[in-house]
Design a protein around this ligand. Structure first.
Ligand SMILES: NC(=O)c1ccc[n+]([C@@H]2O[C@H](COP(=O)([O-])OP(=O)(O)OC[C@H]3O[C@@H](n4cnc5c(N)ncnc54)[C@H](O)[C@@H]3O)[C@@H](O)[C@H]2O)c1
Ligand SMILES: O=C(O)C(=O)C[C@@H](O)[C@H](O)[C@H](O)COP(=O)(O)O
Ligand SMILES: [Zn+2]
Length: 380
C-alpha cells in the first residue's frame, strides 16, 4: 500500500513566511475540529482561555521541570474559569511515559472525586501531552483535555492530531488511543527556556514536514536554520504555523492512519528502533527521528525513488540542526527485530515511509539486505 501525500482534490494550502508572530491554525475533523493558537504571550493572555468546556474542576498535568516555570501562571489564568484548579506533577523524562505515571494521574482524579466534566490541561512537552491525552481518553470513558505544549517538538507535532500513548518496554507508543484535544495553546515565549538539545530535537520534526509534504518549506528551513537555532521569534512562529498547517491537512484527511497519515512517520521506523533498543530516554525522540530520517533518505535513494543528491542534502541539514547522524551500534539483527514491532508492520513485514520526489512520501517494504546496508552505513 502506498500513502501518497498528493491525495486527489486535497491540495496542501499555500503558506507564505512573513514577520507576524501570532497565528491561528484550525484542524477540520467533522464535529470535532479545534483551533491551534500560536504566538508569544498566550499563556498570560486571558482571551486565550475563553470558550473552553465549562466545569468545576481543571487538573493540570505537568512535570517537575515545567512546574516551577509555568504552573502558577497557567493556574492563575484558569482560576478565572474553574472553581478548583489542581495539579499532578509527574517525574520528568521519556522513561516515565509509562503505566506508573498514568496511574498517578488516575489516582489524583479519583482521590479528588473529579467528575466526568473535569478538564485536563497538558502543560509540557510531548511526554506530558501524550500521557495526559491518553488519561483523558479513558478516565470515566473520556473527559475533555487541552494541550499547552511547551517544547518545540510538542508545538509543531505532538500536541496536534490526537495520537496519545504510553511506551511499552517492547515497543514505542504501543498502548494508546486516538483522542483529540479541545484546543492547542502554543505560547512561543515558552521556548525561551528550552535547553539547546531539546530545541534541536524539535527541529527534527520540523525538518520532517519538508520532504514529506512541502519542498518549498524544506528550502525555507535550510535558509532559516540559523534563525531557528537563535530562536528568532518570527522564524519560529512561521515554522510552528507551517508544521501545524501541514499536520492539520494530513490529519484532517486521515485521522486514524488508514493511509496518508503514515507519512508523518518518516524517519520513525528506524527512530523508534533506536529509542526502544536503547531503553527510553538515552536518545531523545527527536534525535532518534533525525538519525532515522538520514537512514530513510538513504533507503529512498537506494530504492531509486530519489536522486543521489537527496541523501547528502538531508544529512547536512540534520547535522546542522545539531542532531546525531550516526545511529547506536545495536547490531543489524536487533534493528530488524525491533522494526518488526513497528505499528506500520504487517505480518512481520517492515514498511518504511520513504520519499519519492521532494514533498511526496510513500510507504513501502524493502528487502532486508538493502535495509541492512543502510543500517551498516549509518551506525557507529
Ligand atoms: N502524539 C504525537 O503525535 C507525537 C508526535 C511527536 C512526538 N511524540 C512524543 O513526544 C515525546 C517527545 O516530546 P518532547 O520532545 O517534547 O519531550 P519531553 O516531553 O520529554 O520534553 C523535553 C524536555 O524538555 C523539558 N521542558 C518542556 N518544556 C520546557 C520549557 N519550556 N523549558 C524548559 N524545559 C522544558 C521537559 O521537562 C523535558 O525534560 C515522545 O514521547 C514522542 O513519542 C508524540
Ligand atoms: O501524528 C502522527 O501520526 C505521527 O506519526 C507523528 C510522529 O511524529 C509521532 O512521533 C507519533 O507519536 C508516532 O506515531 P506512532 O503511531 O508511530 O507511535
Ligand atoms: Zn515523532
Amino acid at each position: 500500500m502506498t500513502a501518497s501525500a498528493q491525495a486527489p482534490n486535497t491540495q496542501l494550502p499555500a503558506s507564505s513566511a512573513n514577520l507576524d508572530t501570532s497565528h491561528k491554525v484550525s484542524i477540520a475533523l467533522d464535529q470535532r475540529g479545534y483551533d491551534i493558537l500560536i504566538g508569544p504571550g498566550l499563556l498570560d493572555e486571558p482571551a486565550t482561555w475563553l470558550g473552553l468546556p465549562k466545569a468545576q474542576v481543571a487538573v493540570i498535568v505537568t512535570n517537575e521541570t515545567v512546574a516551577p516555570l509555568y504552573l502558577e501562571r497557567l493556574s492563575h489564568q484558569l482560576r478565572a474559569h474553574y472553581t478548583r484548579v489542581e495539579a499532578v506533577v509527574l517525574p520528568d523524562g521519556e522513561a516515565y511515559k509509562d503505566w506508573a505515571s498514568l496511574n498517578k494521574i488516575f489516582d489524583h482524579l479519583l482521590a479528588q472525586a473529579c467528575d466526568r466534566k473535569t478538564v485536563l490541561f497538558a502543560l509540557g512537552g510531548g511526554v506530558i501531552g501524550d500521557m495526559t491525552g491518553f488519561a483523558a481518553s479513558v478516565y470515566m470513558r473520556g473527559v475533555p483535555f487541552v494541550q499547552v505544549p511547551t517544547t518545540l517538538l510538542a508545538q509543531v507535532d505532538s500536541s496536534v492530531g490526537g495520537k496519545t500513548a504510553i511506551n511499552h518496554p517492547l515497543g514505542k507508543n504501543m498502548i494508546g488511543a486516538f483522542y483529540q484535544p479541545e484546543r492547542v495553546v502554543a505560547d512561543l515565549d515558552g521556548l525561551d527556556s528550552l535547553p539547546p538539545r531539546e530545541l534541536s530535537a524539535g527541529l527534527a520534526e520540523v525538518i520532517k514536514y519538508g520532504p514529506i509534504a512541502d519542498a518549498e518549506f524544506l528550502a525555507w528551513i535550510e535558509d532559516h536554520l540559523d534563525a531557528l537555532l537563535a530562536r528568532d521569534k518570527a522564524a519560529m512562529a512561521y515554522a510552528v504555523k507551517r508544521c501545524c498547517e501541514i499536520k492539520a491537512w494530513v490529519v484532517g484527511q486521515d485521522e486514524r492512519e488508514q493511509g496518508l497519515r503514515a507519512i508523518l512517520n518518516f524517519g520513525h521506523t528506524f527512530g523508534h528502533a533506536i529509542e526502544t533498543g536503547l531503553g527510553y530516554g538515552e536518545w531523545l525522540h527527536g534525535e532518534a527521528v533525525g538519525c532515522g530520517m538520514v537512514m530513510a533518505s538513504d533507503l529512498s535513494v537506494r530504492l531509486g525513488l530519489m536522486p543521489a543528491e537527496f541523501l547528502p542534502r538531508m544529512h547536512r541539514l540534520i547535522e546542522r540542526a545539531g542532531l546525531p547522524v550516526l545511529g547506536p551500534a545495536l547490531g543489524i539483527e536487533r534493528y530488524l527485530e525491533l522494526m518488526r514491532v513497528d505499528k506500520k508492520a504487517e505480518s512481520g513485514e517492515i514498511r518504511f515511509v520513504l520519499i519519492e520526489g521532494l514533498g511526496r512520501a510513500t510507504m513501502r517494504a524493502a528487502p532486508d539486505p538493502l535495509v541492512a546496508e543502510v543500517i551498516q552505513s549509518h551506525c557507529r
